[in-house]
Design a binder for this molecule. Structure first.
Ligand SMILES: Cc1cc2nc3c(=O)[nH]c(=O)nc-3n(C[C@H](O)[C@H](O)[C@H](O)COP(=O)(O)O)c2cc1C
Length: 159
């Protein structure tokens, strides 16, 4: 069984629901299994330490998750048109993988949730692509042959 990492941050649950739906889709594909992982929030109090295992929900991601999985689906709520800091903070800890080229050639897809229809979905997704491109990952979008892209009234993008 090949694992695909579904890595996300969510504060109020919208991106978590999207991550869970994506994980169900991955689990429905024969031979693949979703590995659902989240990241802890970033605290303004530098001494604060998160418990090693969250009280509820998906476990926190470790670098080994990125190493062991054959692909990545990564989600973040938008924060002023950009990815959320906790996810960026986790990605900033991945330079050892970058030095080894661990993620080169692995496919990656992105997902986001915004509060408003034109609140920066595409810029958020673009911001999430950049570190993955530096890692040499192959970004997978949604082709325009997907009919829902032309009929959605609540968002959705080929990015
Ligand atoms: C600091 C902050 C900045 C935000 N910036 C935007 C924004 O630029 N555009 C937007 O549409 N929503 C914005 N939102 C709303 C969230 O992106 C939106 O509610 C999202 O669905 C939350 O996802 P979650 O439930 O997974 O945490 C912002 C929220 C916060 C707290």
């Amino acid at each position: 069984m090949a694992d695909i990492l579904v890595l996300y941050y969510s504060r109020t649950g919208a991106v978590r629901q999207m991550a869970q739906a994506i994980a169900r889709g991955i689990d429905g594909v024969p031979g693949t299994s979703a590995r659902l992982r989240t990241v802890p929030p970033v605290s303004a109090v530098c001494e604060a330490v998160e418990p090693a295992i969250p009280d509820s929900g998906a476990p926190y991601a470790e670098l080994a998750d990125l190493e062991e999985c054959i692909g990545l689906a990564m989600g973040s709520p938008t924060r002023f048109g950009n990815m959320a800091a906790p996810l960026k903070y986790f990605l900033d800890s991945t330079s050892s993988l970058w030095l080894k080229g661990t993620l080169v050639g692995k496919p990656a897809a992105l997902f986001t949730s915004t509060g408003t229809m034109h609140g920066g979905q595409e810029s958020t997704l673009l911001s999430m692509m950049l570190p993955l491109l530096h890692h040499g990952m192959v970004i997978v979008g949604l082709p325009y042959t997907e009919p829902e892209l032309s009929s959605t009234a609540s968002g959705g993008t080929l990015y």
